[in-house]
Design a binder for this molecule. Structure first.
Ligand code: LLP
Length: 421
């Protein structure tokens, strides 16, 4: 459930009509609901209540300072994958010992930044990275807490671009090599292994791949303990999917996920870390856009809207489905017609939906893309010199712009001319 519902014929975000926000900030814009973000965080927190746990929000999903502060105030730690994300987490007041550093290509600078600012652990993804972190830690005279991200070679049964747990993917160290790798870590004075990390992919709609991966992690925990390593933490990554097609899909709920984690890993006594992103932010955000033109093509009608692929790239990049609904509630049983819903960018790929059934719409009407809170604003660009669209946060009957739309001047002034020009 989210807090974007029709009320008196209009789509609201909590207690604010989306049309009111559109009038104040212009379209297109992203709008997030505090109540939904909070609800999703708590769903995970309650699902893991029986175990010592920490929810490290995967801020790559939506990393606005206001969202991070909200998450931190609820008790979240953060999962970061770059120096920039680390800086954002710190700027939002998250203490270093609640920040997990993931990512397949951490640089020396990023390692130094996290070691000096504080870090809960680095999730190591390769042996060369392990050697570099050891060297950096020794130079700084500190010991870096680490886990090894193991690649369990399971099929996450999700879109190929976001599956990460098969041996052909670039992520992690093959689980079959894990014991050797932990033995090497034990000999490196700059590293201290504290646990195991695994993340098999994103938008998982079935618990079975998790079950397979976590069973392998449980076995590895025992084997590593028998080898003399002090495994106290298991980072299980993120990836639990959300229902993008409201009436069609019902992925497992956090409480079912939590029960499965308890069943498979509860006996280890380890602290459980999870890194959910999409499930927290996805259905807590919408993108609102205005119809610019309705164009009659040959055999099809195009709804040309002011949002485009640079604002929300998921349909172009992953053929992703987003429910698109009119901001004025259609009359019950109103006739629908098929539209191709497209943006103004000069590429055929700038298509959000083909032959989508909608009630008839006209220029000036507003539509909302549901489930756009995760991997929406963060993946946007200024392609076609279209300014990054504003982000708005709603809280009850209040709303605030949490990232403003830059002016053309601000965009142009970021460029500098070489002195010979
Ligand atoms: N932890 C790690 C190590 C990850 O790589 C990811 C996502 C997460 C946690 C969070 O996964 P989530 O709970 O959000 O599924 N841009 C794509 C999704 C890319 C996911 C990348 N890694 C999309 O729009 O579908």
């Amino acid at each position: 459930m989210d807090h974007f519902l029709y009320r008196d014929g209009a789509l609201y975000a909590e207690d604010v009509p989306l049309a009111e926000i559109a009038a104040a900030v212009g379209t297109p814009f992203y709008c997030y609901s505090t109540a939904t973000l909070t609800r999703h965080f708590k769903a995970f927190d309650e699902a893991l209540a029986g175990m010592d746990h920490m929810i490290c929000y995967a801020m790559k999903a939506a990393s606005n300072q206001a969202i991070l502060r909200l998450m931190a105030s609820l008790g979240a730690g953060m999962d970061v994958v770059s120096g920039g994300e680390y800086a954002r987490a710190k700027a939002a007041g998250v203490p270093g010992d609640r920040i997990v550093f993931s990512g397949v290509g951490k640089t020396r600078d990023e390692m130094r930044m996290a070691l000096s600012g504080g870090v809960r652990q680095f999730n190591l993804e390769s042996e060369p990275e392990m050697e570099v972190l050891n060297a950096v830690a020794l130079e700084m005279g500190v010991v870096a807490p680490v886990t090894v991200r193991v690649n369990p070679d399971v099929d996450a049964k999700t879109h190929a671009k976001i599956a990460t747990g098969k041996s052909e993917n670039k992520f992690g160290i093959p689980i079959t090599r894990a014991r050797e790798v932990y033995a090497r870590i034990a000999e490196m004075p700059g590293l201290k292994a504290v646990g195991i990390d695994v993340h098999i992919g994103s938008q998982l709609t079935d618990l079975e791949p998790y079950r397979q991966a976590f069973t392998k992690v449980a076995e590895l925990t025992e084997a590593l303990r028998a080898d003399g390593h002090d495994i106290i933490r298991l980072d299980l990554g993120g990836g639990l999917g959300i229902p993008y097609e409201r009436n069609n899909t019902a992925p497992p709920l956090p409480k079912e996920y939590g029960a499965m984690v308890q069943e498979i890993l509860g006996h280890t006594g380890c602290e459980i870390e999870i890194e959910p992103g999409r499930l927290i932010a996805g259905n807590a955000g919408v993108m609102v856009s205005e119809v610019i033109y309705v164009k009659q093509g040959e055999g099809r009608d195009f709804l040309i809207i002011d949002g485009a692929m640079n604002d929300l790239i998921r349909p172009a990049m992953y053929d992703a489905h987003h429910d698109i609904v009119p901001v004025v509630e259609p009359a019950p049983g109103a006739e629908q017609q098929p539209y191709d819903i497209v943006g103004p960018v000069c590429e055929s790929g700038d298509t959000f939906a083909k032959q989508r059934m909608m009630v008839p719409l006209a220029a000036g009407d507003l539509v909302a893309f549901r489930s756009a809170g995760a991997y929406g604003a963060v993946m946007s660009s200024e392609y076609n010199t279209r300014p990054l669209i504003p982000e708005v946060l709603v809280h009850g009957d209040q709303f605030a712009v949490i990232r403003k739309r830059p002016s053309f001047e601000e965009i142009i002034n970021r460029d500098t001319l070489p002195e010979w020009m």
